[in-house]
Design a protein around this ligand. Structure first.
Ligand code: SAM
Length: 245
């Protein structure tokens, strides 16, 4: 089946392999591409995520699909020496780039690096005060399983924050954004990372991701409560937050 944009839709069973290939391929240039593609704005989206996370000294935090560790780096400073941060990702290349970046930034032994699938987290029930997944959920094959797994390992009272591309609020912005992601992004990926195909996949995966209200309902179905979201950049990105009670 071809999608609205004329690309071949990836069957579910091939999706995990495709995601693995994409992130092995982009790992080394991931940070520089992030800054370029979002004009640096991803830093603001992540800053709001940190503010809403409410992480304090001594907390245990999981950053799943944490990739090159932007959030984990900040969390390691917030939790201090008595706290603990787990930077987890399914992809060994991304995790390696993340670990090297954190070590280069002087991060000590309050951070652990774990290769894990968000759909089946290898942690005990009620382990974390806060879990973040930033630009990761859309790459996960079974999103419901991932949300349930995250809810399971959260402590009662703990927060889950999902930062993800979402649905732009206005039709005009939506058209502009489509042009940008389907025409400009793959070319940028080709020039900068010699990998237009991976960036074409990323644009497509953004378009297939559930919109704000759908994701809110999915979080509620997974057992999270008081779920709310904040649109950023006109709904191009949304930050959802839910609490395990
Ligand atoms: N959180 C980082 C950030 O915001 O810059 C990295 C986001 S990157 C776009 C998406 C990450 O999700 C990749 O590192 C990829 O390996 C990871 N990922 C994809 N599927 C996953 C899964 N099932 N479980 C855990 N991580 C996954």
């Amino acid at each position: 089946r071809t999608t609205h944009f004329g690309y071949q839709e990836v069957p579910v069973e091939e999706k995990a392999d495709r995601v693995a290939q994409v992130f092995h391929s982009v790992a080394a240039r991931y940070d520089v591409m992030n800054d370029l593609m979002s004009f640096g704005v991803h830093r603001l989206w992540k800053r709001l995520t940190l503010e809403r996370a409410g992480v304090r000294p001594g907390h245990h935090v999981l950053d799943i699909a944490g990739g090159t560790g932007d959030l984990a780096l900040k969390f390691s400073r917030l939790v201090g020496p008595r706290g603990r941060v787990v930077l987890a990702d399914i992809n060994a290349s991304m995790l390696r780039v993340g670990r090297d970046k954190l070590l280069d930034n002087g991060v000590g032994d309050n951070v652990e690096y774990v290769q894990a699938n968000a759909e089946a987290l290898p942690f005990a029930d009620n382990s974390f005060d806060c879990i973040t997944i930033a630009f990761g959920l859309r790459n996960v094959t079974d999103k419901e399983a991932a949300l349930r797994s995250m809810a399971r390992v959260l402590k009662p009272g703990g927060r889950l924050l999902v930062l993800e591309f979402s649905k732009p609020a206005s039709a005009a912005l939506s058209r502009l954004y489509d042009e940008y992601s389907f025409r400009v992004l793959p070319r940028m990926g080709e020039w900068v990372a010699q990998d237009g195909e991976s960036y074409r996949y990323l644009a497509e995966s953004i378009r297939m991701h559930p919109d704000q209200e759908t994701l809110k309902a999915m979080m509620e179905d997974a057992g999270l409560e008081r779920v709310e979201y904040t649109n950023m950049t006109g709904g191009v990105v949304a930050l959802h937050r839910g609490i395990k009670l």
